[in-house]
Design a protein around this ligand. Structure first.
Ligand code: SF4
Length: 64
C-alpha cells in the first residue's frame, strides 16, 4: 500500500531536469516535470525523496 503522497508545485518548476536525473518516476511533460505516479510505496519513496532534495526551487514535496 502506498504511504507517501507527492505534492508538486508545477508552476514553480523551472524545467532543470534534476529530478529526472535522480528518479525515474519523473518525466518531462510540456516543458515542466511531471510525476508518473503521485502516491508512493516505501520502496519508491527513496528516489523520490532524492528528487525532492535536489529540486532547486522546492517544487516537490513528499508527504506521509
Ligand atoms: S528538479 Fe524541480 S525545477 Fe527541476 S525539473 Fe524537477 S521539479 Fe522542475
Amino acid at each position: 500500500m502506498d504511504k507517501f503522497k507527492i505534492n508538486f508545485d508545477k508552476a514553480a518548476c523551472i524545467n532543470c531536469s534534476a529530478c529526472i536525473s535522480v528518479c525515474d518516476n519523473w518525466v518531462m511533460d510540456d516543458n515542466k516535470a511531471k510525476p508518473k505516479k503521485t502516491t508512493l510505496s516505501e520502496k519508491e519513496f527513496k528516489s523520490n525523496k532524492e528528487a525532492e532534495d535536489i529540486c532547486p526551487v522546492n517544487a516537490i514535496k513528499i508527504e506521509g
